[in-house]
Design a protein around this ligand. Structure first.
Ligand code: C5P
Length: 309
């Protein structure tokens, strides 16, 4: 056991620059090929020594979330304790939410990844990375990526990762909607659309996105990015069409729905343009808020923060 009393971990949101969805599998998940990128919008998870497991949620995006044992951060702590055969060790978890919930940005998965890492450090378990990855995959399709961060190709249901190296800086704008969308309902709508149209339409092109990233070519990336879930998200939230239009008229190189939505994500030429696009989208009134973010940041990492954070 370590003698640490308290560990703080910072964990990023993710976007899918390409999300190509294959068939529905027998286990209820879809086979997919995706290009993940971590962006610098972070949740912060603090783990403190305690008896049993408890959870407190705070921060601007915590509204409506329930702090009980169904929360993915709590489940992550319980799963790690069970895997380590230390069911009697405890933790008081505190999650500061800045990543919007049910937004297609994997905020819940991020909290699970951060809780895994924080508890591993707090409890001094030294769980090998491959085992943490396996536990992460049991918690959710995007949890493994939240541990790793940066940019990666994801296959299977998203949990098998190969890093993609890119030297360029990528500037994005996130336009966050005034409501959430449930991921399973967006996948169900995609299946319904595909059934109605007689099969999958070829959309997202992960190979072209990987090539554009490796070349650091923003224009090629704008041309290649795409999301097979977009038409389903638009069917469930038609108002997003206006958000997408607002971003492109504000000067984005391209825009699309982020993951299962309803956040929309826009690629910008540089940081200053991203900031001005964010201001213009916000002013258009087509989203709850818009923010410029930087891509390709690290995954869940211990952070040194002031004691009151
Ligand atoms: O893995 P996660 O809990 O994030 O997935 C949430 C839901 O999204 C799943 O229950 C499933 O309906 C859908 N999903 C899917 N195929 C994937 C990932 C998620 O159908 N590859």
């Amino acid at each position: 056991m370590s003698d640490q009393q308290r560990i703080t971990v910072r964990v990023p949101a993710k976007i899918n620059i390409s999300l190509a969805i294959g068939p529905l599998r027998a286990d209820g998940f879809h086979e997919l090929t995706t290009v993940f990128q971590a962006v610098d919008l972070y949740d912060v998870v603090t783990a403190e020594r305690a008896e049993g497991i408890s959870l407190a949620l705070q921060g601007p995006e915590a509204t409506g979330l329930v702090a009980d044992d169904t929360n993915l951060a709590w489940r992550a702590a319980a799963l790690l304790a069970e895997a380590a055969d230390r069911s009697r060790i405890g933790v008081a978890l505190r999650v500061s939410k800045f990543i919007p919930v049910a937004a297609g940005l994997a905020g819940g998965s991020a909290d699970a990844a951060a809780a895994l890492l924080a508890c591993d450090l707090l409890w001094g378990l030294g769980t090998p990375r491959a085992e943490l990855d396996a536990l992460a995959a049991r918690l959710g399709s995007d949890v493994t990526f939240a541990l790793h961060g940066h940019t990666a190709l994801g296959t299977g249901r998203g949990e098998h990762l190969s890093p993609i190296s890119t030297a360029a800086e990528f500037h994005w704008v996130l336009a966050v909607a005034g409501r959430g969308l449930s991921t399973p309902s967006v996948y169900r709508e995609l299946d319904r659309q595909r059934e109605a149209s007689g099969g999958p339409a070829d959309g997202a092109a992960p190979d072209r996105v990987v090539a554009a990233l490796q070349a650091g070519d923003c224009t090629a990336l704008a041309d290649a990015m795409g999301n097979d879930l977009q038409s389903a998200a638009l069917a469930l939230a038609p108002e997003l069409a206006r958000t997408l239009e607002a971003g492109v008229s504000a000067g984005a190189l391209a825009g699309m729905v982020a993951g299962s939505g309803p956040t929309c994500v826009f690629l910008a030429r540089d940081r200053a343009t991203a900031q001005s696009i964010a201001r213009d989208i916000q002013a258009s009134g087509t989203c709850r808020f818009a923010v410029a973010v930087l891509g390709n940041v690290a995954g869940a990492r211990p952070a040194t923060l002031p004691a009151d954070q």
